[in-house]
Write a protein that binds this ligand. Structure first.
Ligand code: FRU
Length: 578
């Protein structure tokens, strides 16, 4: 197979759920071997690609085997898989529809005993156990999660051809991190997502680490077909060395890797996570890249910590990049500006004549400053982005039609016992507002989420409230040092008007009043709680699995002369039902 065909075959993606043409598939074990127990166990299986999927039995913690997939004898990808010899915890799948009619080989290498699990792999027109898809016990109902396998960072957030695209770090074959692919989902409203197949699989340059996506208006890269503006993905290939690469598409479905990858050579061994955007004033593309350098000192443990830097690059065509500025982050365990940087402009309190640039990175800490096209100059640094646990690697969308700055972060909230793991946090609009303490980012869940409210406000009948997925809104005007207590399906949220702090299941965060008001929004899903206070200046996402039988919401104020409290309580619909 030509390398171009190989790239396109594996780069292609197909929507699941199209009419399946039911053809007889045959799968035969070849190269069978005998284990010492005398049970036949294959080290290689051959399939004719007449079905849509290969379903793979997975047992979490089983020995990892390298599984290589060959199409017509040429290797197209490989992965490290915890194949279940018996008793699968769950089933992963490979979409083989793009190779229809070709001959496929799955080869198992690794631990010397051949895996009986290879024999259990089945070709099918459906994903195994798909009848319970999106209805699993711990499937988040408000938050995106992958159908199967592990997910971490959101990647390539962009609006293109009428759809929002969410790519994500995906391990299609494991419940834990590994085998990094780019998964892919699309949405028309940022609320309901349709997961498509993976678009980038590991290749000879390495695993597919995080990055971003741009709409190349005017086809500056020349990667689009004549007259088309391509969607260009910019990602890290995590090999030896780690380098930055491009892939592109004219339809937002099928992606090809760029022939001349990499487009940016290795700078230092840890470099990764290219975030690219168009800078209209200088008419250039800007890349912010996470780079690590030796700090040139040793710590108390005798090791040499690394300095975390954000390096900037500019380009006229996405293919050739010139170095520009550098911004210093933390050193070693100080994770300021560590991994997944993002840089964007926001108006101050909505005034487009006054703007600032925000530089943020994986843990959400941020700096506010200026950027004229070369380097970022901070005015204030190290502002706290969230007070929760599990917010990581957030990225903002490019090209949102109405100009809002919308961010999605990875929610490090596990789904134990499920066939998938982790989720993406609620899409939030970011604003820069003036506060008594100076300029601050405020984060509010996007207004589109209101479409999930299932019926009217039920705050007047909390005694009979019985909701699973819940939104609570409260607007308090404290008079003194009241304690406002909320119990939302067992999650305990207390606003202390005396200390201006909010405590969520034991996590305390500052929550100042805004013009005398404390506005709080709480969202409870099956594996987490997201709390927004002080009009979004305070944000606290927390892993939390409510007890299934507790469907109650309760609100109490402990002072008889407490200030007014306006409450709204909604039961929410699932994002998985249209
Ligand atoms: C952040 C991160 C990125 C990297 C990716 C790999 O969570 O470590 O720096 O590109 O995850 O999955």
């Amino acid at each position: 197979m030509s390398s171009d065909l190989r790239r396109r075959l594996f780069g292609g993606s197909r929507r699941v759920g199209l009419v399946a043409v039911v053809l007889a598939a045959f799968a035969t074990a070849s190269a069978e071997q005998r284990t010492t127990a005398g049970v036949a166990a294959a080290s290689e299986r051959e399939f004719r690609a007449d079905r849509h999927y290969l379903n793979l039995p997975i047992r979490n913690g089983a020995p990892k085997r390298k599984i290589v997939l060959l199409v017509d004898g040429s290797e197209v990808t490989s992965g490290s898989v915890e194949l279940a010899d018996s008793g699968a915890d769950w089933w992963a799948y490979i979409d083989i529809s793009r190779w229809r009619g070709h001959s496929l080989t799955l080869r198992s290498t690794g631990p010397s005993t051949p895996s009986g699990g290879l024999n259990a792999i089945e070709a099918s027109d459906s994903i195994r156990d798909s009848d319970s898809l999106y209805r699993e016990k711990l499937r988040p109902q408000l938050h995106f999660s992958p159908r199967r396998g592990w997910m971490n960072d959101p990647n390539g957030l962009v609006f293109y051809h009428g759809e929002y695209h969410l790519f994500f770090q995906h391990n299609p074959y494991g419940w834990s991190w590994g085998n990094m692919h780019w998964g892919h989902a699309v949405s028309r409203d940022l609320v309901h997502w349709d997961e498509l197949g993976d678009v980038l699989a590991p290749d000879h340059l390495g695993a597919m680490f995080s990055g971003s996506a741009v709409v190349d208006h005017g086809n500056t890269s020349g990667l689009g077909a004549a007259g088309k503006d391509p969607l260009v993905l910019v990602y890290t290939a995590w090999g030896q060395p780690a380098v930055q690469c491009l892939a592109f598409s004219d339809d937002g479905r099928t992606f090809a890797k760029y022939d001349c990858n990499p487009i940016l050579p290795n700078i230092t061994p840890g470099n990764r996570d290219p975030r690219v955007f168009w800078h209209a004033r200088t008419q250039r593309w800007i890349m912010v890249l996470f780079v690590e350098e030796p700090a040139g000192q040793t710590d108390g443990r005798g090791s040499s910590p690394k300095k975390h830097l954000v390096r900037l690059f500019t380009s006229r065509n996405l293919r050739n990049w010139e170095p520009a500025g550098t911004v210093n982050g933390g050193i070693g365990d100080d994770h300021f500006l560590y991994e997944c940087p993002d840089l964007f402009e926001l108006p101050v309190s909505g005034d487009p004549a006054q703007t600032r640039w925000i530089l943020t990175a994986a843990d959400g800490e941020y700096a506010i400053g200026s950027f004229e096209g070369e380097t970022f100059v901070p005015e204030v640094s190290r502002l706290v982005g969230n007070y929760g646990s599990g917010f990581y690697a957030a990225q903002t969308f490019n090209d949102v039609p109405d100009g809002r700055r919308i961010q999605i972060g990875w929610g490090q909230m596990p789904s134990p016992g499920m066939s998938f793991n982790q989720l993406q946090l609620l899409p939030c609009e970011l604003r820069l507002i003036r506060t008594d303490a100076g300029l601050r980012l405020a984060r509010t869940p996007i207004r589109e989420l209101e479409s999930l409210r299932d019926g009217p406000d039920q705050s007047g009948s909390l005694g009979s409230f019985h909701g699973e997925i819940v939104e609570v809104r409260a607007d308090l005007v404290p008079r003194g040092a009241e304690l406002f207590r909320f119990d939302v399906r067992g999650a305990k949220i207390v606003y202390d008007a005396g200390s201006h702090e909010i405590t969520i299941n034991g996590i305390t965060a500052p929550a100042p009043l805004v013009l005398g008001h404390q506005r709080i929004a709480v969202y409870v899903d099956r594996t987490l709680l997201e709390v927004f206070a002080s009009d979004g200046i305070t944000y606290v996402p927390v892993a939390f699995i409510p007890k299934p039988e507790n469907r109650c919401v309760d609100v109490n104020v402990d002072a008889p002369d407490a200030g007014p409290l306006v409450l709204r309580v909604y039961e929410l619909k699932s994002i998985w039902t249209p």
